[in-house]
Design a protein. Structure first.
Length: 402
């Protein structure tokens, strides 16, 4: 995405400046206006070689968690805010992140708030992050908030890592199966096919099927590749639509093996995020709005927004969550108890701890189940093709033996 350099004033009339990433200039102005910035000047920041080839924000979750933890320690030690940022910027090895910290430092030095300065870089400092920092600044407990944020980020990163590790094995095996199958059909089967042609006679059914499949693949390999690419593009385009996103996310929740893992992960993320926000002084309505955006699943996000509507109408949060069918009864009942006792943030953290342990167990179980299944699938495909190719040879040996 292009980067724009801007100048303007905040709600208090103080001058501010910085950089923002957006698809186009008008979108950048709209984002800044939403954050309470009155834009006076905005232009493209130009090409920056440091960002060439960078995918996403260019800042890893682990780097952000480390930054937040170190920031909290420095604030707690009594160092001035600008000094903390200067030290963190100087020691940052990631040049992209270092540039962001320098921009934030410059904005704070000019009188802007830390939250507003961080909000200029939404790809790294999310709405969750900036809202909690704003609450910490207003309440004079920035070190406490940063510690909570660091803990939240560390747990969130660990959860993502577990999910990636669970998905890595089947994805690698699936790719290997596809590549091996295509290689056999393109390079190995034709050799056998020529040998069978020289031998003459009719081929057994399985052998004829594999030979026909090989001929089709050789003749249409480009169309097959383009078709696979088209399917991926079509999937992504459909997922970007509101109905498509909801339909696909609903399928994810209902999948036989992965659905349970997706559901537990969504519950852990929702409860951890909302609990962290509420305990940091963010209102429950704002917390639900932010949590819905970071839910990672449209069905879960819709259930959260229904709960928000319920609360704004004077009702409780647990009933709409239960009616959604996404959240187990145990979760909604524990939330209801938290509402009644006034300790909903503590209850949400307990639910998050429980479901993160459940994710650990589910990942271990998933890996143990998928490993033999994928081995059998790979062996079945490759072994089946090899056997099909040797069937005519076996028939020939049987004929000679007679």
């Amino acid at each position: 995405m292009p980067e724009f350099r801007w100048e303007g004033t905040n709600r208090a009339g103080r001058p501010m400046s910085g950089k923002i990433t957006a698809a186009k200039k008008s979108e950048a102005e709209e984002l800044l206006t939403q954050r309470g910035v009155r834009v006076t000047k905005i232009k493209g920041a130009g090409f920056d070689i440091s960002t060439f080839g960078v995918i996403g924000s260019g800042v890893k979750d682990k780097e952000l968690a480390t930054f937040t933890r170190q920031f909290a320690v420095m604030i707690n030690a009594g160092l001035p805010l600008v000094k903390c940022l200067q030290i963190l910027g100087e020691q940052q090895e990631n040049k992209i992140f270092q540039g962001m910290i320098e921009d934030i430092t410059a904005t704070v030095e000019k009188g802007g708030t830390l939250a507003d300065a961080m909000a200029q870089h939404p790809n790294v400092f999310t709405e969750l992050y900036t809202n909690m920092v704003a609450a910490g600044e207003q309440g004079g407990i920035l070190d406490t908030i940063l510690n909570r944020l660091a803990t939240h980020l560390e747990k969130s990163t660990a959860l993502k890592s577990k999910i990636k590790s669970a998905m890595m094995y089947p994805m690698v095996v699936l790719i290997v199966v596809i590549l091996v199958t295509i290689a056999l059909l393109l390079f190995v089967i034709p050799i056998f096919q020529q040998m069978f042609t020289d031998m003459g006679g009719s081929l057994p059914g399985p052998t004829q099927f594999v030979v026909s499949l090989s001929e089709f693949t050789q003749a249409n390999i480009l169309l097959i590749i383009l078709g696979m690419v088209a399917l991926v593009v079509a999937y992504k385009m459909y997922y970007k639509t509101k109905n498509g996103e909801r339909m696909i996310d609903l399928i994810k929740l209902k999948m036989p093996i992965f659905g349970i893992l997706v559901r537990k992960m969504s519950i852990a993320r929702f409860t951890r995020t909302l609990g962290t926000l509420i305990s940091s002084g963010v209102s429950i309505l704002d917390g639900l709005n932010i949590t819905a955006k970071t839910a990672g699943n449209r069905v879960v996000a819709d259930a959260i927004m229904d709960a928000r509507t319920s609360i704004s109408g004077g009702e409780n949060i647990s009933n709409p969550l239960e009616q959604s069918g996404v959240f187990p009864v145990m979760v909604t009942q524990m939330i209801a108890v938290g509402e009644e006792t006034g300790g909903i943030d503590t209850m949400l953290q307990k639910i998050a701890d429980f479901y993160e342990e459940e994710v650990d167990t589910a990942v271990a179980g998933l890996t143990s189940v998928l490993e033999p299944i994928m081995i059998v699938v790979l062996g079945g495909i490759v072994g089946g093709m090899v056997i099909a190719m040797y069937l005519p040879i076996f028939d020939l040996i049987g004929t000679v033996g007679q």
